[in-house]
Design a protein around this ligand. Structure first.
Ligand code: NI
Length: 184
């Protein structure tokens, strides 16, 4: 099932999402729906709040970035905890399916260790670097109620403020189905 993607301005994107309890929901179904929704929209990551579900789950598939990513990176992260992050940071231009048409360079740690469950409730503790770490950090932010635009300086925020309001109102070109909080 393909969900509409929640656009900037919806309160669900600003909420800290809830932990998932084992056996509470059909995780295989949810993960499969999230992948389907993400592929349809051409994204490399998608978090629960972006489909209106305030749950600590996100999916990622780095295949569209295969030139920059070594090896396969298709993963489901449930109740993730970033347990370590490097001091060293690097910049990379990020976008977000909830904020179409805006891309900005964001600084983030280049290495992390994350603990999480997959859709079969198998637990992992893994280290990621580079783009994979970047996708994880962006999606992890989503379940903490943080958007990439929250990392911008106040001047940068000021400059895109008008565009963000337009997005909330649905005045934006996205080639996938979205749900706009201020659309009349
Ligand atoms: Ni995003």
């Amino acid at each position: 099932m393909i969900y509409p993607i929640v656009a900037y301005g919806d309160p669900v994107l600003k909420k800290v999402a809830q932990d998932i309890k084992k056996g509470e929901i059909d995780l295989k179904q949810l993960a499969s729906d999230m992948f389907e929704t993400m592929y349809e929209a051409g994204g490399v990551g998608l978090a629960g709040p972006q489909i209106g579900k305030s749950l600590r789950i996100f999916v990622a598939d780095g295949s569209p970035l295969e030139k920059e990513i070594q090896g396969d990176f298709k993963k489901v992260f449930i109740n993730p905890i970033i347990v370590e992050e490097s001091e060293e940071e690097w910049g990379y231009e990020e976008g977000c399916l909830s904020i179409p048409g805006i891309r900005r360079e964001i600084m983030r740690p280049n290495k992390l260790v994350i603990q999480y469950f997959d859709e079969n409730w198998k637990e992992y503790k893994e280290e990621y670097t580079g783009i994979k770490a970047r996708i994880i950090q962006h999606e992890y932010d989503h379940i903490e109620g943080i958007l990439f635009t929250d990392h911008l300086t106040s001047l940068q925020k000021q400059l895109i403020k008008g565009k963000l309001v337009e997005i909330s109102k649905g005045k934006v070109d996205a080639d996938y189905r979205m749900k706009f909080p201020l659309k009349k």
